[in-house]
Design a protein around this ligand. Structure first.
Ligand code: SAM
Length: 247
C-alpha cells in the first residue's frame, strides 16, 4: 500500500513516520509513505499556496492549482493504480474503524491536508475526493488527521501486527468496545486482576471477556449495539447486564 500525504507542512511528519505501527509497516515493506509538499508545485516565485477568500472575511484559502499539480505528480507516479483520494475536513464523513478496514484494501491512497480557513471547494470534485473528518472539533490543519487515518489503516494491513488476533479483538471491530486488559503484577497498589483471568480456563475467560465487552459497550456506547441483531449468547449476557443496572 502506498499512502501519499499532500501537505503545506511536511515537517509535521518528521518522527511520526518512524514510530509505532507506521514504522513497522514501512520496515516490513508493506507500506510506503510519500510526503508531497504542496509548495513545491507552486508556479510563482513566492511559492504562493493561499489567497484571500472571495466574498471577503477573515482567513486565507488554499489555492486549487498547486494542489492539483501536486496530486497530478502522485497520479503520474501511481500509473494504473488510481489513488483513493481523501480530503481532511471537519465537515467530512466521520472516520470509523469500518472505513479504516475498507481503506486497508486499497493499494494507493492520497490524503490532502487542509490549512487556514480551508481548501478551495472546487478541489473536491476535481480530485474525485471524499471528505473525511476525525471528529467534531476543529484542528488547525489536516496533518494530525492524516496521521490518525494512516495509523489506523497501517495496523490493519495483513502482516503488520505480530498477533493478527489482537486487531480483530480491538474496539469497534465487531463493533463492540474491547474488554479491559491487565498485565503483571497480579496486585498493584491494592487493586487486583479479576480472578477469572488467572484461572487458565479458556472458556471462562472467553465468556468473561465477551460479557465485559458487552457491558462496556452497553454503558459507554449503547448506540453501537442498539438495534443490532445479537447472538443468543450475547442477548442473554446483555439481559444479565441490564438487570445489574448502572455500574
Ligand atoms: N473553516 C473550516 C471549517 O469550519 O470547516 C475549518 C478549517 S481548519 C482550521 C483547517 C484544516 O484542518 C481543514 O481544512 C482540515 O484539513 C483540517 N481539519 C480541521 N479539523 C478537522 C477534523 N475534525 N477532521 C479532519 N480534518 C480537520
Amino acid at each position: 500500500m502506498r499512502f501519499s500525504i499532500l501537505t503545506l507542512n511536511p515537517g509535521f511528519f518528521s518522527g511520526s513516520l518512524d514510530e509505532g505501527m507506521i514504522r513497522i509497516a514501512r520496515e516490513k515493506g508493506l507500506l510506503e509513505v510519500e510526503i508531497v509538499p504542496i509548495r513545491d508545485f507552486t508556479s510563482d516565485r513566492y511559492g504562493t499556496t493561499d489567497d484571500y477568500p472571495y466574498g471577503g472575511g477573515a482567513g486565507m484559502v488554499m489555492k486549487a492549482e498547486p494542489i492539483l499539480r501536486a496530486y497530478e505528480s502522485v497520479r503520474r507516479r501511481a500509473g494504473a493504480d488510481t489513488p483513493r483520494v481523501l480530503v481532511t475536513s471537519p465537515q467530512g464523513r466521520r472516520f470509523t474503524q469500518g472505513w479504516a478496514q475498507e481503506l486497508q484494501g486499497a493499494s494507493e491512497i492520497a490524503v490532502l491536508c487542509g490549512r487556514y480557513k480551508g481548501i478551495d471547494e472546487r478541489v473536491i470534485p476535481l480530485l474525485g475526493a471524499e471528505e473525511v473528518s476525525i471528529g467534531d472539533y476543529v484542528l488547525s490543519g489536516g496533518e494530525a488527521a492524516s496521521i490518525v487515518i494512516l495509523d489506523s489503516v497501517a495496523r490493519l494491513i495483513p502482516g503488520v501486527l505480530g498477533d493478527a488476533e489482537s486487531a480483530e479483538a480491538d474496539s469497534f471491530s465487531e463493533p463492540l468496545l474491547d474488554a479491559p486488559v491487565y498485565t503483571r503484577p497480579e496486585e498493584f497498589r491494592g487493586l487486583t486482576v479479576p480472578e477469572v483471568l488467572l484461572s487458565g480456563n479458556h472458556e471462562r475467560i472467553r465468556l468473561w471477556r465477551r460479557r465485559e465487552a458487552l457491558r462496556r459497550t452497553w454503558h459507554r456506547r449503547p448506540d453501537l449495539i442498539l438495534g443490532r441483531s445479537l447472538s443468543d449468547e450475547d442477548r442473554s449476557l446483555l439481559d444479565e447486564i441490564k438487570e445489574e443496572g448502572e455500574p
